[in-house]
Ligand binder design. Structure first.
Ligand SMILES: CC(C)(COP(=O)(O)OP(=O)(O)OC[C@H]1O[C@@H](n2cnc3c(N)ncnc32)[C@H](O)[C@@H]1OP(=O)(O)O)[C@@H](O)C(=O)NCCC(=O)NCCS
Length: 142
């Protein structure tokens, strides 16, 4: 299925968030609409989408860098089109985007409930990094 890759714009939010929900990528602690808007507005981030000739969105990846490493989020292939190369295409698009920014290393996080996807990333050349990832919420408690 040939897809055209382009950066998402504000008008794409509803369809992209629907894809993320269909791919079970939305968690209770993330607001996907806010994530989308923040990423497309950033100078160092984007949401790339793959559309077919009917403008149906088949895949997505949120990509950005922090001035050092590149990060991938919301890697998604539409459920009806899995196994046809969309996931690979979206990861490669993110890698290309990062290379254009001069970033040398791409990283991503896999939720512990989604470890089945690790083999997909290994297939694309990623390896598990022996690091402890630490995090802290910076917003005030509700
Ligand atoms: C993970 C995901 C993006 C893969 O998309 P996809 O379009 O089905 O994958 P592709 O068809 O591009 O697969 C590329 C290659 O990886 C392989 N592959 C795909 N999923 C795999 C898996 N779970 N384990 C091992 N290999 C896998 C394919 O066989 C293919 O190999 P080939 O090129 O040698 O034929 C898709 O399953 C998805 O959207 N999952 C739900 C969302 C998610 O979990 N995203 C990751 C968050 S960290």
């Amino acid at each position: 299925m040939p897809l055209t890759i382009r950066p998402a714009g504000p008008d794409d939010e509803t369809r992209v968030v629907a894809l993320w929900r269909a791919c079970d990528l939305v968690t209770s602690y993330n607001d996907p609409g806010a994530d989308f808007r923040f990423a497309i507005a950033g100078a160092c981030s984007a949401v790339l989408i793959g559309e077919d000739e009917t403008r149906r969105i088949g895949g997505s990846v949120m990509v950005g860098h922090d001035g050092h490493r590149g990060w991938l989020y919301y890697v998604a292939a539409a459920p009806h089109a899995r196994g046809s190369g969309i996931g690979r295409l979206m990861v490669q698009a993110a890698e290309h985007w990062l290379r254009q920014c001069g970033v040398l290393k791409a990283q991503l996080l896999v939720r512990e409930t989604n470890t089945g996807v690790v083999a997909f990333y290994e297939h694309l050349g990623f390896e598990t990094a022996p690091r402890v990832v630490m995090s802290k919420w910076l917003h005030e408690p509700a």
